[in-house]
Design a protein around this ligand. Structure first.
Ligand code: SAH
Length: 349
């Protein structure tokens, strides 16, 4: 284990918490979003020199296809003259730049769109500003969205960064997996009784002695997006890795220098994620009253929207392979959409 600057912050939190333990959601939050030492707050993690690569950083085709999808949605909304195009967790701004290059070809689109980015990292905000130039605004959370306007929401690898709790049913009792210190002062996993406020999220049919991941933060975020779309009209598109149907088990992982690492080994220096449970998120969206087609794989989505034609034109069959092949990103990554008030269903589902 590396003694990182964040370790002192975590140890202080452990000392002041009732059982000298913090839950995994709080640990993820500290590791990713602590104002001074959080992973995203201090660096640009993408690309060869960084820790991982995302679809928009692999190929411009990813953003171009999503740009065409967004234009089609805008038309199906009735081409409103004033609408919000929100991207959550935009990284370097690459996806938005590729989308806008394509969308600029649709007459009236750019002059109608208010482009808003939801981002917590000052380093990445600066990078996004460089990539996208002027005319962009930033928000820290969904509460800051301008009122009333219809909206289109896009998010790639954003949900996986929102914190999760891990809980385990042991006979009649639910426990929560938490983090504390060994006598030698190293971070370790242990268990505590699960707090009451997590009870509504614990699946009643979970098998005994198996870790179950629950994320009130993801549910709250997606539910909020669905409520906005229901009230104002529009659509949202979320792409991330995870399962279309709830499966149980520990998926907490750290990524550092393009390989997997122990999540406790270097707090604040590695990216920390878990797989996204799209089934519970889709159910939350449906219960907010929006339409929500069946979740599809990234491979199926990009293929049905014509990535093969674009790849042939650009002569980039290798990039397409990385994005759509089942043993690359094609199957593990899923696409969730919700929409309301469109004249026809979205493409790709
Ligand atoms: N969409 C980009 C980046 C994915 S990484 C891509 O595909 O390349 C996750 C992004 O979400 C980063 O920009 C990170 O800073 C941002 N982020 C993580 N947690 C966040 C939060 N709670 N609120 C807003 N942005 C967050």
């Amino acid at each position: 284990m590396v003694k990182t600057p964040l370790c002192a912050v975590i140890e202080e939190r452990l000392r002041s918490s009732p059982h000298h333990a913090i839950n995994i959601a709080e640990y993820m939050n500290l590791c990713l979003a602590h104002p001074q030492h959080g992973y995203y707050m201090t660096r640009d993690p993408f690309g060869l020199a960084g820790d991982f690569t995302t679809a928009p950083e692999i190929s411009q085709m990813f953003g171009e296809i999503i740009g065409a999808w967004v234009v089609d949605i805008w038309h199906k909304m009735g081409s409103p003259a004033d609408f919000i195009l929100l991207e959550c967790g935009p990284g370097r701004g690459t996806l938005m730049a590729d989308m806008l290059r394509v969308a600029a070809k649709a007459s009236g689109f750019l002059s109608s769109a208010r482009i808003i980015l939801q981002e917590i990292s000052p380093v990445l905000k600066a990078k996004q500003g460089e990539t996208l130039g002027s005319g962009i605004t930033w928000i820290a959370g969904l509460d800051e969205i301008p009122p009333a306007l219809p909206l289109i929401i896009i998010a790639n690898e954003f949900l996986d960064a929102l914190p999760v709790h891990q809980v385990i049913r042991r006979a009649a009792n639910w426990h929560e997996r938490v983090i504390s210190l060994t006598p030698e002062g190293l971070l370790c996993f242990t268990e505590q009784e699960m707090p009451q406020d997590l009870r509504p999220f614990a699946p009643p049919d979970a098998p005994d002695n198996l870790i179950v991941e629950i994320s009130p933060a993801r549910l709250h975020y997606l539910g909020h997006c669905a409520v906005l779309i229901r009230a104002r009209g529009g659509a949202g598109l979320w792409i991330d890795y995870g399962a279309a149907h709830t499966g149980h088990g520990d998926t907490l992982q750290a990524a550092r220098a393009h390989s997997f690492a122990d999540p406790l080994a270097a707090p604040g220096l590695a990216d920390l994620t878990t797989h996204v449970d799209f089934e519970v998120l889709r159910a939350a969206a449906l219960s907010a009253g929006v339409s929500c087609p069946r979740v599809v794989t990234q491979g199926a989505f990009l293929t049905s929207l014509g990535i093969a034609h674009r790849a042939a034109k650009l002569d980039r069959a290798d990039d397409m392979h990385r994005l759509v092949a089942p043993d690359q990103m094609g199957h593990l990554f899923k696409v969730l959409c919700c929409h309301h008030g469109l004249s026809a269903p979205p493409e790709g589902f």
